[in-house]
Design a binder for this molecule. Structure first.
Ligand code: SF4
Length: 259
């Protein structure tokens, strides 16, 4: 497994980062190629990272636990699934903190099924409801269908979202990054989540910033407006979804606890 970074990460949702940070392991590469990726150095393999065997990664996870991490947070690990399972089968019995699986959502349901019992909390993206947008921005027209099946498997495995002492201990938190000009899709996604995944929490993210060089993405070449973000938030509120929002002023990963 190529790993770009291992660190205590303080900018996830409050019950994931807590006060001491989430024990984040950033894997190199990604199964998607989003044209607007804000993490392209890692997702496109520009950072070579370091190679970790399952046992070396298990040792690193235990170090994160000793450093006070509230959980072990596997970020974009799906393309290393067989090795990740080996790593978790070594590390999990020695961890007294939950394992978080942070994903683009573009995973086969049967692959997610293989993680049953090894993951406590899933953090999948739910990026698009329209095949056209998924094709245009991530070259994956089948994203909506694949992601819904993957999320269904995640929710089935973890059940009702639960916290203890303000920290997530189990469940699924579905993330949606609101994109410029796509807030109507964001509203539809809130409706899908309400209808299909009532046991999950939702995290509505406003942090999108243009960071690419493509003229064919002109409509994405700006931040999300307050009106666009609020439209999606309002839908979540009207549907009585529970979850997290980001402060509008920072666009820098700062979460307020609830909406
Ligand atoms: S899923 Fe996330 S990390 Fe992967 S390419 Fe898309 S935006 Fe980048």
């Amino acid at each position: 497994m190529r790993v770009a970074k291992i660190m205590l990460h303080r900018y996830e949702e409050p019950p994931i980062s807590g006060t001491k940070g989430s024990g984040a392991i950033f894997f190199c590469g990604c199964s998607l190629r989003c044209g607007y990726c804000q993490n392209a150095e890692i997702s496109r393999g520009k950072i070579a990272g370091e190679i970790y065997s399952p046992s070396r990664l298990a040792a690193a996870a235990l170090q994160l636990q000793s450093a006070g991490a509230h959980n072990i947070n596997l970020i974009t690990a799906g393309h290393y699934l067989p090795r990740v399972k080996e790593f978790l089968s070594i590390a999990k019995p020695k961890l007294h903190i939950p394992v978080v699986y942070n994903s683009s959502g573009y995973e086969k349901a049967e692959a997610v099924r293989e993680l049953n019992g090894l993951v406590d909390i899933y953090l999948p993206d739910y990026k698009y409801v329209s095949a056209d947008a998924a094709q245009k921005y991530s070259a994956a027209a089948d994203y909506p269908e694949i992601a819904e099946k993957a999320i269904a498997e995640m929710v089935a495995q973890t059940g009702e979202y639960k916290e203890k002492d303000g920290l997530a201990v189990k469940g699924t938190v579905i993330r949606h990054l609101v994109l410029p000009s796509l807030s109507k899709d964001g509203v539809l996604i809130m409706q899908r989540i309400s209808a299909l995944f009532p046991a999950a929490r939702v995290s509505v993210m406003s942090q999108y910033t243009p960071s690419f060089n493509r003229t064919d993405y002109g409509e994405l070449n700006r931040k999300v407006t307050a009106m666009e973000y609020n439209r999606v938030l309002r839908a979540a509120q009207q549907l009585n979804l529970d979850g997290f929002m980001q402060s509008r002023d920072s666009a820098s990963d700062f979460y307020t606890p609830e909406f």
